[in-house]
Design a protein around this ligand. Structure first.
Ligand code: OFO
Length: 173
């Protein structure tokens, strides 16, 4: 059985993951109307994964005798300026999510809830990968700068990341 404090903290994370899914969905839509199909597909897939992270938490809370609460979401930004800025935001967002997971781990230890602590290790590992991937993508896009040809090639290459991440569980985003 979850303590009230643990349940409330997990419910907060449900909201964070749902907001993340909306943020990436908005980025996908913006990339799509800018004609960058590879980036759009990457973001659509990322949005789906964040929803899966949220659902995993919903199931866990209910399974442990709590009540997973589904709440209203924030309006995500709809304009991102440049692709570099957009990937910068993605990276910063992942850092924010990692911090939020760390807080949850902290609460689980305080509550002596070792089952939740164990459950959260999957999220800890996932955030390490997501931050690393976001950082490597950001590094690439910084190198490209304003070069249109470079962006075209990057848009093609990022589809490769999609394929690789689908094939390898270690690349999952
Ligand atoms: Fe839910 O993993 Fe990114 O944010």
């Amino acid at each position: 059985m979850l303590s009230k404090k643990m349940e409330a903290a997990l419910n907060e994370q449900i909201k964070v993951e749902a907001d993340s899914s909306q943020v990436y969905l908005s980025m996908a839509s913006w990339a799509e109307i800018k004609g960058l199909e590879g980036i759009a597909q990457f973001m659509y897939k990322h949005s789906d994964e964040e929803r899966a992270h949220m659902l995993k938490l919903v199931k866990y809370v209910n399974e442990r005798g709590g009540h997973a609460k589904i709440s209203a979401l924030k309006d995500p930004k709809t304009e991102f300026g440049t692709f570099q800025k957009m990937f910068e935001e993605l990276y910063q967002h992942e850092i924010f999510v990692s911090n939020s997971i760390n807080e949850l781990v902290h609460v689980s230890l305080g509550e002596k809830d070792y089952a939740t602590h164990n459950f959260l290790q999957w999220y800890v590992a996932e955030q390490i990968e997501e931050e690393a991937l976001a950082r490597s993508i950001l590094d690439k896009i910084k190198l490209i700068g304003n070069d249109k040809g470079g962006l075209y090639l990057f848009d093609r290459d990022i589809q490769q990341i999609n394929v690789e991440s689908a094939a390898s569980p270690n690349m999952g985003m």
